[in-house]
Design a protein around this ligand. Structure first.
Ligand SMILES: [Fe+2]
Length: 449
């Protein structure tokens, strides 16, 4: 079948999106002072230099053999930079800076891959109907490369957030956003259905865990109108929230799927000496907030960013729970009339800022049920263990993307942050992290049932 004009427009668009995504990741690495590229800002992650090589190694490993029929010019780097790490419960990496190749060599590897891929992919795109691999189209693989890189643009921001300020190139950001006083209340969501996932024959791109489409009935519940703010979280802390064991896993897990982590949260809190959110810093008698480029007085109306364990402790203190994924999905996308799509125009997302804004900063950003700010300004924890939908099939070219995390230790997050690309605000996108990981732009809101 000959390629149509619209096929070539779609492919041209994907090539442009890949170029834009490369620019995003390049900009992030440029934030790091050149003498600090071998730092490891987060103990559970690789050194920064790994990610410079990884983004290109990923694209190369995806395309070079199965799509383009090319031989590797640097198999050692293809392997060295192939996979990131996410150790659960210890086993931190112990490598030294000298264990990694020099930066000039890594940058040369990156340049060479980009040049070869750009040339060869344009040739391959001239025949867009030829299946690229295992029946998957070249468009699908290009989307995989683009979204993989955009996801790293966000997780790299988490990593660079933890890099000391004097190791970053200084930037200024206007932090003050004036808003009306916040009127917290609960919004009742009537019982009804919600649809998850994408049908297998959809034209839209989705990752393996977004399939297949199915409907779930959700009983009535009430959900917070806004995300929990730093001000509210401070009340929990001042009430002894971190010191009261009853809030940290008492056996009545509010998660549907996981009832066996009674003491894990408390043990984590105690053994790691966790006493406040990772983005907060005590100075004398006041709390500061560590933004990407400056420490500032704690902005009380911003959403609090915490681990899932801390979010659950707050919810127990408040006599509430975290929403399940189904509850969150219904509050965000369903309506009394049944509509399930939202074209989000307003909000703090798509790299709009480095920092959050007050939880009520975008009055137009609300779901059909009147729940505010569910997309952007911080992901939101759910109580739901990350697990496959019925009919799940891993992508054969990236088998571990989701399946490596179906381990009962990772939980679904929905929504998006200031550093989430717009394409990943789609209804079906699912994010996930470990319950004890504090360094992400993730907050929460509570439900009562
Ligand atoms: Fe990756």
């Amino acid at each position: 079948m000959p390629a149509t004009q619209s096929d070539s427009i779609i492919h041209h668009d994907l090539v442009e999106q890949l170029a834009d995504a490369r620019q995003r990741s390049d900009e992030l690495f440029a934030l790091v002072r050149p003498d600090s590229l071998y730092e490891r800002p987060i103990a559970e992650r690789h050194r920064i230099v790994f990610y410079i090589g990884h983004l290109e190694a990923f694209d190369w490993n995806l395309f070079h053999q199965r799509v383009l029929g090319l031989k590797s010019f640097h198999p050692e780097f293809d392997r060295l930079f192939a996979f990131g790490i996410d150790p659960v419960g210890g086993g931190l990496p112990t490598d030294q800076p000298a264990d990694w190749p020099g930066i000039a060599e890594v940058r040369d590897y990156v340049r060479k891959i980009r040049a070869v891929l750009d040339e060869k992919l344009s040739d391959a795109l001239a025949d867009p109907h030829s299946p690229a691999s295992d029946g998957f189209s070249l468009s699908t693989l290009l989307n995989v490369a683009i979204e993989h890189r955009l996801m790293h643009a966000e997780t790299l921001a988490y990593m660079l957030h933890q890099l000391p300020l004097d190791r970053k190139v200084a930037h200024t950001e206007t932090l003050a956003v004036v808003t009306a006083p916040i009127a917290h209340r609960s919004i009742e969501i009537p019982a009804g259905p919600v649809t998850f996932g994408l049908p297998r024959n959809s034209d839209l791109f989705g990752w393996d865990n977004e399939y297949e489409a199915h409907t779930v009935d959700v009983p009535v519940f009430a959900i917070d109108r806004y995300k929990v703010t730093n001000r509210q979280y401070l009340e929990f802390m001042n009430a002894g929230g971190y010191e009261t064991r009853a809030f940290w896993g008492d056996g009545d897990s509010d998660n549907n799927n996981n009832n066996n982590n009674n003491n894990e949260d408390w043990n984590w809190r105690s053994s790691q000496g966790i006493s406040h959110p990772a983005f907060w810093k005590r100075e004398g008698s006041q709390w500061l907030y560590r933004t990407m480029f400056a420490d500032v007085t704690l902005p009380l109306d911003w959403p609090v960013y915490v681990s899932q364990a801390e979010a659950k402790a707050y919810a127990r203190w408040a006599g509430k729970s975290l929403p399940t994924e189904a509850e969150w999905q219904r509050a965000a996308y369903a309506s009394a009339q049944g509509a399930e799509e939202s074209a989000e125009q307003f909000g703090n997302f798509d790299f709009a800022r480095w920092s959050p804004v007050p939880v009520n900063a975008f009055p137009q950003s609300q779901s059909a049920f009147g729940v505010h700010g569910m997309l952007g300004n911080g992901w939101e924890w759910t109580a739901t263990e990350f697990a496959p939908f019925p009919g799940f099939e891993p992508f054969p070219f990236y088998r571990g993307y989701s399946a490596d995390f179906f381990d009962g230790k990772h939980f679904v997050m929905k929504g998006g942050s200031a550093r989430t690309a717009k394409c990943m605000l789609r209804r079906t996108f699912r994010n996930w992290f470990q319950a004890h990981y504090q360094f992400i732009y993730t907050g929460f809101r509570c439900v009562s049932r």
